[in-house]
Ligand binder design. Structure first.
Ligand code: NAD
Length: 436
């Protein structure tokens, strides 16, 4: 049993803290957001993640998991401190390091106790290459002389929507440190998971995270570019991917054409990597294209809707299925739905929308949208129905009913989940992405 403090109770911090407590450790999570902490202390998860709330309540009950707004309380007796605060996009595209710096300085100011062994600070936030050294420096600037700290970079790869599963069954754990002792101590924390553990220096570990997100974003933009070409030349991108996927060198899993990537990670991480490259006098040509193609995916989807509605959406009612940036999460950060809805509203459309769990988060972002109780209400009276997020519950709707409820049966499938022939048989004017 180790004593662990986790700073930040967002998607990463809350899942990290809860899962480490589930492995038998004693965990205290600290957050500056008082409302969040109040909710957590009542055993309620402020975010939607499969299995998280039940695990949280079980471990709180067992006395292994607690939440606080006090750094003193969280760091008291801690051997390990995880930093899992946000690193949002800054004004110039680079990562905004305000929250990481604030966390590092707070750790230094508290400098809990005077132990024989260094306090191990583990950075889970996605941070620019070189941040590990900066965090160590910021802690040391605040703490009493002689207080020992060791910094380990431990980037997180979990997927929102499957965060608990991914934390407990990671493909790999990456640990970067210039202090072998500290890396080995953190390795012991992760050993029960039985995953491969890659140990590197700090900068390499930090880069592994950016490079991993950048290649995944690149797959998406690659297949969207192929989709644009398919659409213009009369090929079907879904069948193209199927044909490509039998080649053992090509992994078709991430080759899904659609309205592009969103979320709190890919867009900001690719932008931050572009910025880092520029600052290092490298030319990030591919990465810049990945971002440009992603914007095109949203813009061309809107253009397609306009075209299908005879060149204008003014005064038309458009139904939107799915708001979260991907299924199984309530996270709307950088969701394609936001850009698409804003663009359609600007062109004079009236938008109604439904999402299985993202509606609460959407209300403050999409003020003019009428939120519906289900997919059928969304389709009722609509001139077009847009599928933006491929939630499972949209895959087997009664499409005959949907078609009959609409004013004009125009179906624009932003994730290619429907069979074009079947949809046309139902009577829809159907258009997917990159499909003849
Ligand atoms: P989040 O925005 O959901 O949560 C961050 C939390 O940190 C918030 O609750 C905020 O109140 C708290 N916080 C901010 N400053 C603080 C401070 N000084 N002290 C204590 N708490 C503070 O963020 P997230 O999505 O969990 O992401 C955290 C980091 O992990 C980011 O760097 C992100 O890029 C990275 N990451 C995220 C994911 C993901 O899927 N969300 C996956 C891998 C890595």
């Amino acid at each position: 049993m180790s004593k662990i403090a986790v700073i930040g109770t967002g998607y990463v911090g809350l899942v990290t803290g809860t899962c480490f407590s589930d492995l038998g450790n004693s965990v205290v999570c600290v957050d500056v957001d008082e409302d969040k902490v109040k909710k957590l202390k009542r055993g309620e998860s402020p975010i939607y993640e499969l299995g998280l709330e039940e695990m949280l309540q079980r471990n709180m009950k067992a006395g292994r998991l607690d939440f606080t707004t006090s750094y003193e309380a969280a760091l008291h007796g801690a051997e390990f401190v995880f930093i899992a605060v946000g690193t949002p996009e800054g004004e110039d595209g680079s990562a905004d390091m305000r929250y990481v710096e604030s966390a590092a300085r707070s750790i230094g100011k508290i400098a809990p106790g005077k132990s024989e062994e260094p306090l191990i600070i583990i950075n889970k936030s996605t941070v620019p290459i070189g941040t590990g050294d900066v965090v160590g420096k910021q802690v040391r600037e605040e703490c009493p002389p002689g207080f020992k700290v060791a910094v380990v970079s431990n980037p997180e790869f979990l997927r929102e929507g499957q965060a608990v599963h991914d934390f407990l069954h990671p493909d790999r754990v990456v640990l970067g440190s210039d202090d072998r002792w500290a890396a080995d101590k953190v390795r012991e924390l992760y050993e029960p998971l039985g995953a491969p553990i890659v140990v590197t220096d700090i900068r390499t570990a930090e880069m592994i995270k950016y490079a991993s997100n950048a290649i995944l974003a690149t797959y998406i933009s690659f297949i969207n570019e192929i989709a644009f070409i398919c659409e213009n030349l009369g090929a079907d991108v879904k069948e193209v991917v199927q044909g490509m996927g039998y080649d053992k060198r090509i992994n078709p899993q991430f080759l899904n054409a659609g309205v592009g990537f969103g979320g709190s990670c890919f867009p900001k991480d690719v932008k931050a990597l572009v910025k880092m490259a520029e600052n290092a006098h490298a030319r990030p040509q591919l990465l810049q294209s990945v971002l440009d193609i992603n914007q095109d995916a949203r813009d061309s989807f809107v253009a397609k809707v306009v075209k299908l509605l005879s060149g204008s959406v003014r005064g038309k009612t458009i139904g939107v299925l799915g708001l979260s940036f991907k299924p199984d999460t309530d996270d709307l950060r950088e969701a394609p739905s936001i850009d698409i809805i804003n663009a359609l509203e600007k062109l004079g459309a009236k938008v109604k929308a439904y999402d299985p769990i993202g509606v609460d988060a959407a209300r403050s972002l999409l003020k003019n949208v009428e939120f519906c109780a289900n997919a059928y209400d969304t389709a009722r009276g609509a001139d077009a129905l847009l599928l933006i997020t491929d939630w499972n519950e949209f895959k087997q709707l009664d499409m005959e009913k949907i078609c009959s409820l609409m004013k004009q049966p125009v179906l624009v499938d932003g994730r290619n989940i429907y069979d074009p022939h079947a949809m046309r048989e139902f009577g829809f004017t159907y258009s997917g992405v990159g499909r003849a």
